[in-house]
Design a protein around this ligand. Structure first.
Ligand SMILES: Cc1cc2nc3c(=O)[nH]c(=O)nc-3n(C[C@H](O)[C@H](O)[C@H](O)COP(=O)(O)OP(=O)(O)OC[C@H]3O[C@@H](n4cnc5c(N)ncnc54)[C@H](O)[C@@H]3O)c2cc1C
Length: 379
């Protein structure tokens, strides 16, 4: 039987996240954005409420949620501030390769301490010269006898300035592309690691994004996750699992923009009437609401499929693509409905428009999602 109803547990989970977003995140979101400030104290608070490490195993300190339940939480948090939600989701993203590919002993060593202490981790795949074409990454790993030796640079790494541990993808042989890549756990304190400055971004400014450089970084042999050459597969499985969460961030932004636009359109009077009485505005609101609802449905379905243990590359790419593009168009329309006021920092919708743009870029651009969808269709 198909049901769109949430259980009592899911309702209460959603309410805990919503309360945190209303009471703690929303009131400081604009100031964090203005100062481009990482919300360390709020992250700690979120961790103590079990709102971070949502999809990581409960026996290792995570919240042990399925992706569907995690999407409910993430939509609420992103409604409060998507930069905060990105920092949260990036932690799951960094630790998921270990959940997927590590031995039980490695999980105990590399997941439990980070999760239970509330530390952060980063997923290090993208490089200055390898974004959409991740299989073309250039960071090398050499067998140094008693250790692995890493050299190269990673770009746009979320949480990097605050993380204690990095999950790094590096190649043994560039000519082998995907088949030459392995995955490693690298403690931040390892000599030879340099973390760049916090990028001065257009949106999601409270999330921390830096370059990370590895200069002859020596990593113990048992920090290899999965078999040698299996790293790219682990990275792609991780991104498949993460796309519904990223889509849920987009749904949260879209919903926030829609709510602001509805409220403002009822208050703002022109030609002697509230602008909400004009059909031109009503049609915009109707399309915005339809887009947000459709995004949520695709997001829920892709998360549900993955929770059932099914492959959902096409569905999770559809969810990410539609939700990201919808968040951008809904936020842009919200600015339009606010008119000149929407174009200033006095009102919340310009931040939403800046924040939404990132959803079309990270974790695979909207073009890359289309490539994945088309590839599956044409198989
Ligand atoms: C704020 C932020 C946080 C991020 N966090 C992380 C992180 O934590 N970890 C991590 O590893 N990465 C992270 N990323 C990297 C992100 O995933 C990449 O930016 C993204 O994959 C795009 O890569 P690129 O920026 O190199 O763009 P490019 O790959 O250079 O793409 C440029 C343009 O070309 C288009 N394009 C590329 N190839 C094709 C094609 N074959 N067909 C059609 N169009 C194409 C793209 O869609 C895009 O519009 C982050 C990025 C940002 C901006």
């Amino acid at each position: 039987m198909v049901s769109f109803g949430l259980t009592e547990e899911q309702q209460s989970l959603k309410e805990i996240a919503a309360r945190f977003a209303v009471d703690k995140i929303r009131p400081v979101a604009a100031a964090l954005d203005e100062r481009s400030e990482f919300p360390s104290a709020l992250i700690k608070e979120g961790h103590s409420l079990g709102l971070i490490n949502l999809t990581l195993p409960a026996e290792l300190g995570g919240s042990g949620l399925g992706l569907f339940d995690a999407c409910l939480v993430i939509e609420e948090i992103a409604w409060g501030c998507s930069g905060f939600a990105t920092s949260m989701v990036a932690n799951d993203l960094a630790l998921t390769p270990i959940r997927i590919g590590a031995t039980e002993d490695q999980k105990k060593r590399f997941l439990e301490p980070v999760i239970t202490s509330g530390q952060l981790a980063s997923f290090c795949l993208t490089e200055p010269g390898a974004g959409s074409d991740a299989a073309g990454l250039q960071t090398t790993v050499e067998d140094g006898g008693d250790c692995w030796i890493l050299n190269g640079s990673k770009q746009w790494i979320t949480n990097a300035g605050h993380a204690s541990q990095y999950t790094v993808f590096a190649t043994h042989d560039r000519t082998k592309r995907a088949k030459g890549i392995s995955c490693f756990v690298v403690p931040r304190s390892t000599p030879g690691i340099e973390v760049g400055h916090h990028e001065n971004k257009m949106g999601q400014r409270c999330s921390d994004t830096c370059r990370v450089t590895f200069d002859n970084v020596r990593v113990p042999k048992d920090h290899l996750i999965g078999a040698q050459g299996e790293g790219f597969k682990i990275a792609m499985q991780t991104l498949d699992a993460s796309r519904p969460l990223t889509a849920a961030i987009a749904v949260g932004i879209g919903r926030a923009a829609l709510e602001h636009a509805v409220a403002y359109s009822k208050e703002r009077k022109q030609f002697g009437n509230a602008i909400s009485s004009f059909q031109g505005i009503q049609f915009m609101l109707a399309d915005m609401a339809t887009g947000v609802e459709a995004s949520r449905m695709l997001t829920w379905r892709s998360a549900w499929l993955l929770d059932q243990g099914k492959t959902a590359s096409i569905e999770s790419s559809m969810a990410k693509r539609l939700s990201a593009d919808t968040a951008m168009s809904v936020a842009t329309d919200a600015v339009q409905i606010y008119g000149g006021y929407g174009y200033t920092k006095e009102y919340p919708v310009e931040k939403l428009m800046r924040d939404a743009k990132l959803l079309q870029i990270y974790e695979g651009t909207s073009q890359v999602q289309r490539i994945v969808i088309a590839r599956e269709l044409l198989k």
